[in-house]
Ligand binder design. Structure first.
Ligand SMILES: [Cu+2]
Length: 411
């Protein structure tokens, strides 16, 4: 073989390879995606395992990630495929020997029943195992209504789920293909049409009406005389809590007044703001109507109190309000949950940035007397540093009343 021929041969081989590559490129790309996904998962698992605090139990848990279940699924698919091929080979060999082959209709019918049993067992397992991890009893008055609605919807959907799944796979088994019977042509039945239109219509109407009244009750934020107004401001990545002072009124806020010392932009021209208090914990008196005024300073956050079944978005430039009545104190909930360290928590329920997961505050529900004792110990927003910034050093309360003109400088 001459040199030229060798070159030609190699070129031909390359063209062939390229064609094959183009053909297989989609397969290769999908395979690569799967490998990368598993790779990322493993890397993340490894980085978690390098942390000092990771215990042996947590290390074993790292394998039960996406890759583990993905692989398990692939292995299960492979087993089913191999079992199917074995049956097919057995079937062909029987036919080659002139014997009657396998009855595939029976095999598929039994497969459907096995799928039904496995699926229902999985659903019951999920309900009992995951279901037992649900939140404790609702700690607010309207939380009970929301739970009732949730439970009613769950029960109704479960009934429909069990009936339809058993009917679907049961019919696939009972009426599987057979030489002994012919399919019956049954195109229309008015009675059946009426039943499966009227029953869901009634059930859905009940759910919608129930939901409508519950929504009205939960979202009624009309201010009332005995409301405890608390300002909650979300920013990346914390919640700021502002309580009214002795006057029971919160001063107005204006974002243009924001400064390093006045992080809420409180308008100190408003006398109501002078005794506003800063708090680290959201302390709430039990059985007292709480009205939360929500603000956000950068992106949308979400004020989320899962134990009270309360959630509302905090939107920049749009104050939002929510009212609720806490009914179970932290001490009572510690007894109920048999957990002496139990704390209610305020979370952010909008993925608002990198440290979103850590945007939490402890919420403590206490008796009225404990609340009064706690609020008396909180520090005002109008700190010495702020007075200095607003040129109020040395001023006493009566002088402070002349503040408006002097603070005009700040605007
Ligand atoms: Cu947030």
């Amino acid at each position: 073989m001459g040199f030229k021929q060798l070159i030609n041969c190699e070129a031909l081989l390359n063209t062939f390879k390229n064609k094959q590559l183009v053909k297989n490129s989609k397969k290769i790309q999908s395979l690569l995606a799967v490998v990368m996904l598993s790779g990322t998962n493993l890397v993340m698992a490894q980085s978690a395992s390098t942390a000092d605090s990771v215990t042996a139990a947590e290390k074993s848990d790292m394998w039960t990630g996406v890759a583990y279940y993905g692989m398990l699924f692939l292995v299960a698919c492979l087993c089913v495929a191999i079992f199917g091929k074995i049956l097919k080979v057995y079937d062909l060999s029987q036919k080659m020997q002139g014997k009657k082959g396998l009855n595939w209709n029976n095999i598929m019918g039994i497969g459907c029943i096995l799928f039904l049993v496995a699926g229902l067992a999985g659903a019951i397992w999920s309900l009992t195992v995951q279901g037992s991890m649900k939140l404790p009893e609702a700690a607010s008055a309207q939380g009970g209504d929301i739970d009732d609605m949730f439970n009613l919807t769950t029960v109704l959907t479960l009934i429909v789920f069990f009936i339809t799944q058993i009917a679907l796979f049961g019919f696939l088994f009972w009426y599987r293909g057979s030489d002994k019977r012919r399919a019956y042509f049954y195109p229309h039945n008015n009675t059946i049409e009426k039943i499966w239109t009227i029953i869901p219509a009634i059930v859905l109407t009940v759910l919608v009406v129930f939901g409508f009244f519950t929504w009205q009750k939960v979202m009624d934020t009309t201010p009332a005389k005995n409301d405890l107004n608390i300002d909650v401001t979300g920013h990346q990545f914390n919640w700021e809590l502002r309580y009214p002072g002795k006057d029971g009124k919160l001063g107005t806020v204006n974002y243009t007044l924001y400064s390093g010392n006045n992080i809420l932009g409180i308008d100190f021209k408003d006398p109501n703001s002078w005794d506003d208090l800063k708090a680290d914990t959201l302390v709430l008196p039990v059985n007292h109507s709480i009205r939360i005024n929500l603000h956000a300073q950068d992106v949308i956050h979400s004020f989320y109190l899962p134990h009270f079944r309360v959630q509302l978005n905090a939107v920049p430039g749009l104050p939002t309000f929510i009212k609720f009545v806490p009914t179970i104190t932290t001490a009572e909930m510690r007894m109920k949950t048999d957990n002496p360290k139990f704390e209610y928590l305020l979370y952010c329920n909008k993925i608002c940035g990198t440290a979103h997961y850590n945007m939490q505050r402890v919420v403590r529900v206490v008796s009225e007397a404990e609340y009064q004792d706690w609020i008396a110990r909180q520090k005002p927003y109008l700190t010495d540093a702020l007075k200095k910034e607003l040129k109020l050093v040395g001023t006493t309360s009566p002088v402070l009343k002349q503040v408006p003109n002097r603070i005009a400088l700040n605007n």
